[in-house]
Design a binder for this molecule. Structure first.
Ligand SMILES: [Zn+2]
Ligand SMILES: [Zn+2]
Length: 148
């Protein structure tokens, strides 16, 4: 799939405002797609449409740091030591569903990993699904579960 097709198709499932923080959307509007990695967008499209097939929510009115995070986002601003995360690279996000627990989502991702277009990292043991496409150096599994 081309990046253009991915961005077209993904809008059936996600709003751009959900995928970036309000700071970024306020400044760049629809141009904010530019900060989201193609592999990440392709991955969450396949995740939503072909793997989990339940509604997924990233940012809400009150939770605004679950997608792309900029330097004005509190979680980033408050850091006093080095911090680089998939959220700041446009390569990851946090998702929840009213129809599926995070644990079930993680299990389905492992079970259906063959459908994923890229290897992913997921965070284990949390009540949301963190998924990103940072290519882990030295890791060769399609689904790599890490604990923060
Ligand atoms: Zn921000
Ligand atoms: Zn996360």
């Amino acid at each position: 799939m081309t990046r253009e097709q991915i961005i077209h198709d993904i809008q059936a499932f996600f709003n751009l405002r959900e995928l970036v923080c309000p700071h970024v959307y306020a400044k760049w509007g629809e141009q904010s797609w530019q900060f989201l990695d193609t592999a990440y967008l392709h991955t969450i499209l396949v995740l939503r449409r072909d793997i989990l097939r339940v509604p997924l929510v990233c940012n809400t009115k009150t939770l605004t740091q679950r997608g792309f995070r900029c330097n004005m986002c509190e979680l980033v601003k408050e850091k006093r030591s080095v911090y680089v995360s998939a959220h700041m690279l446009g390569k990851g996000g946090d998702f929840t569903s009213s129809e599926m627990s995070a644990e079930k989502m993680r299990n389905e991702i492992k079970k259906q990993s063959g459908k994923l277009p890229y290897p992913v990292r997921i965070e284990g043991g949390v009540s949301w699904l963190h998924i990103d496409v940072i290519p882990q150096y030295g890791v060769h599994s399609k689904v790599y579960e890490f604990k923060a």
